[in-house]
Design a protein around this ligand. Structure first.
Ligand code: ATP
Ligand code: MG
Length: 585
């Protein structure tokens, strides 16, 4: 037996966890397989009886009965095999679908650090490819293994009944055959793991670039992408070739071994027949059993192979499931209702530990209901600050509190309900307008959605939709203008009724009419809420009570908007005088 990469306990744990719900199916499967086993063992005996009777002077009637029995048993055996395959496929799919669900859910719960370091394609390969490799392992691994072992043992016992020589000879053969096949297997296996990894890399690459087709083409990076594509394919080929050569080597070994088995059986039977120890019917039966033996040994081999594939997959899935989200629910008091105060207390954060901090000792406080205009060059850390407020990342130093409660204390889902974020790029999901607004929360009534859309000045837009709230939107924002998408995002935030709203304003590409609608919507959205507006346009800053200017992750200026505007020395007044672009860009 080869050394397994993971302890047996883990296999047992996995099997028990995912199969316990299907106990009755598994019992049925065992019964069917046992029945099939008995029939396989009985049939050669019938043949022997038939041959020997035909040679002797038995009546036709006995021959007819033997023949009918043989055909009957064969047919029933096929039926049993089909039923067993049906049940085991079902068991396998139910178990792996559950596992798929668990792994997918786990991935969704993992934080940004994980998702930034794993491509979509690689995750898909885990959730789908690896779990597919486990399907057989779940559906019938142990049962098939056990029943085939029993079949081999049964055959050997029946052969012993015919004479110790034939029994001993075939036993030696079985041991040698299994050993030889195991031996060859060692050379083939490592390549299978590499093959899976390679395909994960490849699909990761493919997924990433299919997603970004527009950008790739617009920027003329197609050649580069194709080059990478060919490079990956070229790396893939030799690994594939080696893996399949390994497989072929095993296949050929198996063939050779079984031919040897037949030869041994013939030699021994010929010898015993010459001695007059066995009948011609028995010779045929021995031959039949040796032929039959190939099947379980082959089956055991493929099962072991599956186990090995499952092994690699289990290791990877375990690793994935063991990846704990770095950001976890707090156990303390929840963030209060209503507009929230915001406190940053010596907050420093960098994406990679050891890097220069992206945010450096940020201190400020907003009273409930106040609005903050956040300014700064591109890359100064504005979006990062917003991400910290939603705990997409936790800062390495300092504390952030909302409504006087440190955000680490609250549950993540509650925190994210209390803080609404409209990002620079708005995701539209494939689904209806309603789904996109409520995120599939059926508790939100259509009346409520209608009210919110009306408040945002979107009733005309809603009326213009062919099927109202049931109009389907394509993923990736298809069918919506940038302005409409943004208004939709506002409506989303409105529906959750947060106490703090963060607007990460997209560098504006809106027409004046939409912009006006947007202004009106923002005013609505912000009334009676605390808000942070990451502004790229001076117009949006005019509504802010306070201004914070970030420079290289540090607070360059913070204060009352009016006071800063009146102070000719302040950066903000310079921005007002010369325009945002001049000072910041
Ligand atoms: P913009 O005005 O262009 O939106 P910003 O002020 O929002 O810029 P941030 O997105 O906060 O800037 O980025 C601040 C810095 O952090 C940049 O140098 C950026 O390269 C880096 N950064 C942003 N996101 C990540 C990430 N996920 N991993 C590592 N570094 C990041
Ligand atoms: Mg940004």
């Amino acid at each position: 037996m080869p050394a397994f990469k993971i302890p047996l306990r883990q296999y047992v744990g996995l099997l028990r966890g995912y199969l316990s719900a299907q106990r009755s199916s598994i019992v049925w499967l065992s019964v069917l397989l046992a029945a099939g086993l008995v029939m396989q063992l009985v049939n050669p005996q019938l043949i022997r009886y038939f041959i020997d009777s035909a040679q002797g002077a038995a009546s036709d009637r006995a021959l007819w009965i033997a023949a009918a029995l043989f055909i009957g048993v064969s047919l029933v055996q096929q039926g049993v095999a089909i039923a067993a395959a049906y049940i085991s496929e079902n068991v396998g799919w139910i178990a792996t679908n559950k596992l798929r669900g668990d792994v997918a859910e786990h991935c969704l719960r993992l934080d940004m650090t994980f998702h930034k370091s794993h491509t979509t394609g690689a995750i898909i390969e885990r959730v789908d490819g690896d779990i597919n490799a486990l399907a057989n392992f779940f559906s019938n691994f142990i049962i098939t293994l056990v029943s085939n072992l029993l079949l081999v043992v049964g055959i050997v016992i029946l052969l012993f009944r015919e004479g110790w020589l034939i029994g001993a000879g075939m036993s030696v053969f079985v041991v040698l055959a299994i050993w030889a096949i195991q031996y060859i297997r060692k050379f083939a296996i490592p390549h299978w793991g590499k093959l899976r990894q390679m395909s994960a890399d490849f699909y990761g690459f493919l997924g990433e670039h299919l997603e970004g087709t527009e950008d790739t083409r617009a920027n003329g990076a197609s050649d580069f992408v194709m080059h990478k594509f060919h490079t990956l394919l070229r790396q893939w080929l030799p690994i594939r070739v080696r893996a399949f050569l390994g497989w072929a080597a095993m296949w050929i070994t198996t063939l050779v071994v079984f031919t040897l088995g037949n030869a041994i059986a013939f030699a021994l039977s010929a010898y015993l027949f010459k001695q007059g120890a066995i009948s011609i019917g028995t010779v045929y039966m021995i031959f039949y059993y040796t032929e039959l033996m190939a099947k379980p040994i082959e089956k055991i081999r493929t099962q072991m192979e599956d186990l090995q594939k499952a092994d690699a997959s289990i290791v990877r899935i375990r690793q994935l499931l063991d990846t704990k989200p770095a950001i976890r629910d707090g156990a303390g008091a929840p963030i209060p209702e209503g507009p929230l105060s915001v406190t940053f207390d010596g907050v420093s954060f960098s994406y990679e530990s050891g890097d220069r901090p992206t945010l450096d000792r940020i201190d400020f406080r907003l009273e409930p209901g106040q609005s903050l205009g956040l300014l700064g060059r591109t890359g100064s850390g504005k979006t990062t600050l917003a991400r910290l407020l939603l705990r997409f990342y936790d800062p390495q130093y300092g504390d952030i509190s909302l409504g006087g409660v440190p955000i680490r204390n609250d549950k993540l889902t509650h925190l994210r309900k209390r803080v609404g974020l409209v990002t620079q790029n708005i995701e539209i999901f494939q689904g209806t307008v309603r789904d996109n607004l409520t995120f599939y929360d059926s508790a939100v009534t259509d009346e409520r959605i209608g009210l919110v859309l009306a408040e945002l000045g979107l009733e005309d837009w809603l009326r213009s939709l062919p099927h109202g709230l049931d109009t389907r939107l394509d993923s990736g924002g298809g069918g919506l203008s940038a302005g409409e998408a943004q208004l939709l995002a506002f409506a989303r935030v409105f529906l959750t009724d947060p106490g703090l709203v963060i607007l990460d304003e997209a560098s504006s590409r809106l027409d004046p009419a939409t912009e006006q609608r947007l202004e009106a919507a923002i005013t609505k959205l912000l009334s009676d809420r605390t808000c942070i507006i990451i502004a790229h346009r001076l117009a949006t800053v005019q509504r802010a009570d306070r201004i914070l200017i970030l420079d290289n992750g540090q607070v360059a200026e913070y204060g009352n908007r009016q006071a800063l505007a009146d102070d000719p020395e302040s950066r903000f007044s310079r921005i007002l005088a010369t325009g945002m672009e001049e000072v910041l860009a």
